[in-house]
Design a protein around this ligand. Structure first.
Ligand code: MLT
Length: 409
């Protein structure tokens, strides 16, 4: 008898964005004339930067010729891309990261989901609430949580990010071994200061814990004082792994390219307390289960670091930030308390209503898709997230429709 992984039975409904898509599709089927504006999942809408497209084309041409054709690439990624990342994203900001500590992948979703495989079953995990649901769901699948009760999984330390703490979680009172952090935060759009981040690094060092730092939205930071990488904090190389993505940075959601930094100095421990290299573990995992990102995609990603690429990527994120500002200003004028939208493409809106009810209200009365806050954790109840990833025209129209719908509801 083929038996199932019963941990899957603990999972709540379907994956958040699949659940939203089902509701939106059902509504669209009943209202085929309605033009739906999607400010739900953070999926980019603008074309890839011209520098990336040119590099992509050149690489495809290389694949068309026996002399320049490439088969399997290195599982860790091509040196040309790893080197550019180390220099431009880290060394340029004083973070001592080298190319061989960068692992190229096909998405931060996969990497943040897969990374937990490297750890023991009975470690104590701390996960922000609200946050990107992949962190908790993948730990549930792996059997690292008990059952679901009152909106939460037992056995997990939730790091509450609420109005009361300005959406920056406090350090846990108890011992935890694995800490997920995400800044700029998905879904709240909040950023963390160097001082605040330093406290987390010190906690991890004191407790021999590890931080999984998701910086997928770093491109949207406009204040140079804010940390862009956790490795800007002294000592973080020993206790932190960082995830980044070209998805939101350069419009690669459909093209797929991301990377994870695992410093050589990062240690994990066996049951006897002996140290092992986390870098060696991830390298072993990736070379066994992953065969790399395609050559043309890596060439396209490399072009992000060219002088033209940098200008074009900045223009892309500026475009979405203009939307984010407009969303935040409009929702604030409508009387809602909002955070985010300044150094992040998401605006977190306190609706004072059940979040799925507000989702349904916007969908049915305005034809606008948002993301219900409770999908990111129980602290998200009463909130929704609006994403800035759409055209200026659509965002303006969505906000007009929302204003109208709320005035008449
Ligand atoms: C989101 O909307 O939270 C993200 O787009 C999801 C993702 O990056 O996988």
């Amino acid at each position: 008898m083929i038996r199932m992984n019963e941990n899957y039975l603990k999972l709540q409904a379907s994956y958040l964005f699949a659940q939203i898509a089902q509701r939106v599709n059902a509504y669209q089927a009943q209202n085929p004339q309605q033009k739906i504006i999607r400010l739900g999942i953070g999926d980019v809408t603008r074309a890839l930067p011209a520098a990336c497209i040119a590099a992509f084309h050149r690489a495809v041409e290389e694949m068309a010729n026996d002399a320049t054709f490439r088969g399997y690439g290195p599982e860790q990624g091509y040196e040309f891309l790893r080197e550019k990342i180390a220099v431009h994203d880290f060394q340029a900001r004083g973070a001592d990261i080298s190319a061989d500590e960068v692992f190229i992948s096909d998405g931060a979703k996969c990497d943040t989901g897969n990374f937990q495989e490297l750890f023991a079953q009975d470690i104590r995990i701390a996960i922000p609430d609200p946050v990107y649901p992949v962190y908790i769901d993948t730990n549930v699948m792996a059997g690292r949580t008990a059952t679901w009760r009152n909106g939460r999984y037992e056995g997990v330390v939730y790091l509450e990010s609420t109005e009361a703490n300005d959406y920056i979680p406090q350090l846990p009172q108890e011992n935890v071994d694995l800490i997920y952090l995400c800044f700029p935060n998905n879904p709240t759009g909040r950023t963390i200061t160097k001082e605040q981040l330093r406290a987390w690094v010190e906690y991890a060092r004191a407790h021999r814990a590890l931080i999984l730092y998701d910086a997928a939205y770093v491109e949207f930071i406009r204040d140079d004082e804010l940390p862009q990488s956790i490795y800007e904090i002294e000592g973080a190389q020993e206790v932190a792994v960082e995830f980044r993505s070209f998805s939101k940075t350069a419009g690669f959601t459909g093209t797929r390219c991301a990377y994870t930094v695992v410093p050589r100095r990062c240690q994990v421990y066996d049951a006897q307390g002996n140290r092992h290299s986390l870098h060696a573990l991830w390298d072993r995992r990736q070379s066994t289960k992953f065969n790399g990102v395609s050559y043309p995609v890596q060439r396209a990603a490399e072009a992000v670091f060219s002088p033209e690429g940098k200008v074009q990527v900045r223009a892309l994120s500026d475009y979405y930030l203009t939307n984010a500002r407009l969303i935040r200003e409009t929702m604030a004028k409508l009387g809602f308390a909002c955070v985010g939208g300044e150094h992040a493409p998401y605006v977190w809106i306190k609706t004072g209503m059940d979040s799925w009810a507000f989702f349904d209200l916007l969908l049915h009365k305005a034809g606008v898709v948002c993301t219900p806050g409770v999908g990111f954790g129980s602290c998200g109840e009463g909130y929704v997230r609006l994403s800035a990833f759409n055209s200026h025209e659509n965002v303006r129209e969505a906000l007009q429709r929302i204003s109208h719908a709320l005035a008449h509801s």
